[in-house]
Design a protein around this ligand. Sequence first.
Ligand code: FDA
Ligand code: COI
Ligand code: MN
Length: 495
Amino acid sequence: MYLSKCIRFCLQQTARTVSKESPLWKRYSTAAVQPKIDTSFVGALKTIVGDANVSTADAIREQHGHDESHHAVAMPDVVVFAESVDHVSKVSKLCNDTKVPLIPFGSGTGLEGGVNALQGGVCLDVTKMDQIVQVNAEDFDCTVQPGVMRLGLNNYLRDTGLWFPIDPGADASVCGMCATSASGTNAVKYGTMRENVLNLQVVLPDGRVIDTAGRGRRTKKTSAGYNLTNLFLGSEGTLGTITEATVRLYGIPEKTISAVCHFNEVSEAVDTVVQILQCGIPMAKLEFLDDSAIDCFNRFCKYDMTVAHSLFLEFHGPAYGLEDQFQSVKELIEMNNGFGLKQASDADERNRLWKARHEMVWACTARIPGSKPYSTDVCVPITNLPEIITKTKQMVVEADVIGPMVGHVGDGNFHIFFPCDHSDTETFKKIKDISHKMAVMAMELNGTCTGEHGIGIGKRDLLVAEVGEETLGAMKQIKETFDPNNIMNPGKVFF
Ligand SMILES: Cc1cc2c(cc1C)N(C[C@H](O)[C@H](O)[C@H](O)COP(=O)(O)OP(=O)(O)OC[C@H]1O[C@@H](n3cnc4c(N)ncnc43)[C@H](O)[C@@H]1O)c1[nH]c(=O)[nH]c(=O)c1N2
Ligand SMILES: CC(C)CC(=O)C(=O)O
Ligand SMILES: [Mn+2]
């Protein structure tokens, strides 16, 4: 109750501080940066990266002014394609000296408007820096440039018997995944980006190049000084541009078992998840799709999957013992009235079983033609999951909106996916209301308003409620230290 009061108070405070009259707005928003983008500035960019790597064409600017989310497009004034760290460094210094906003662009798959150029400026596209710098197969790590995509990396690694397991669904850039602290379906077993990055090379706004753990360091453990690596994970392009990431790799599991089962009650599915985790069964994936999500999938893919709350499970490991793990889970499913359990080990069969999960985003978007994803992203301690999921589901039903639920429930993280069409103002208002209430509820249950998508534009007002005024102040001090001119992705994370 006390916590709840605190959160409401903080939200009221935030609502006040985000007013354009407020000092906070002035410090971190439009007043801090006055873009001076004229022909001589564009000429200076061309001198650094070459004429062919600078574009002011509308189509290119539009393409770089949005991600996959519902947030309105905000185009940069100019798009620069960097080909080297030196390019990134010199462009950063130029922007810093002239106080022009600089927005790093990975692959634009973000879901919180992270690349939208709220104040114009330079979009720094790093996709041409696409080398896999080093693979240390026997040490289970590799170093990649920012244009390396996760699927490309895994194709490259296949012959080594290793893989990089963090899987946000989309084929994102590995450094973009660092910038948003991404996770996705495999986090139950392998953790998130936070547990899997050993070192980052970062270009600071003034052009300095640093390695967060020291040049060439790639140990699993270190106690050497402040953890700058973790500081940049989830920094969403607001502190510097990541130009290299050293990440952990894992052996491709000898055997994989996939399974799907159904429940009549949300609580039965969620109880099963909690019990599986409490039994210490080392699941690789534990995902939840509610009946509405399965319905979207059936319509989209012309399938006839049972329309019920469903768990999607995956087991990774040596062949020996994996079947035993599956049997233990089967017992728990049965104990909680689960039905229709199907399992597969063959790759094609496994993909077929899991198709509903993989097609989810497109299946839900297709429910409202022309819509874009408005996704909530709350995460709570696992024992609080039944309460928040049940209450959220009630809100969606009462509001009478399309809001399928999909969750990385093994991590306590889930999304309501609202296909969003801004022109339908009445529905949009309902969506925003549910989204806000979910975030407040998650915080009251010791959770977070974003488990994996980041703050971006959409959750800036929730950050203060989540971390408190003092902590937010400390975050801002860090921002000022690294980026005193507020050129790095201004208007993101903070107002
Ligand atoms: C269909 C689908 C499904 C999912 C998701 C997306 C989509 C389209 N996502 C979200 C998304 O894939 C995730 O946020 C990625 O980490 C974004 O990587 P991009 O390379 O696309 O970054 P993108 O270009 O979108 O940028 C995102 C942010 O990072 C910054 N940035 C990018 N590259 C940078 C660099 N080199 N240096 C500094 N800053 C940089 C940008 O400035 C921006 O603020 C997700 N995510 C997740 O965690 N779990 C999930 O389950 C899913 N599921
Ligand atoms: C649009 C989101 C619901 C995507 C996502 O994070 C997911 O599918 O897990
Ligand atoms: Mn997700």
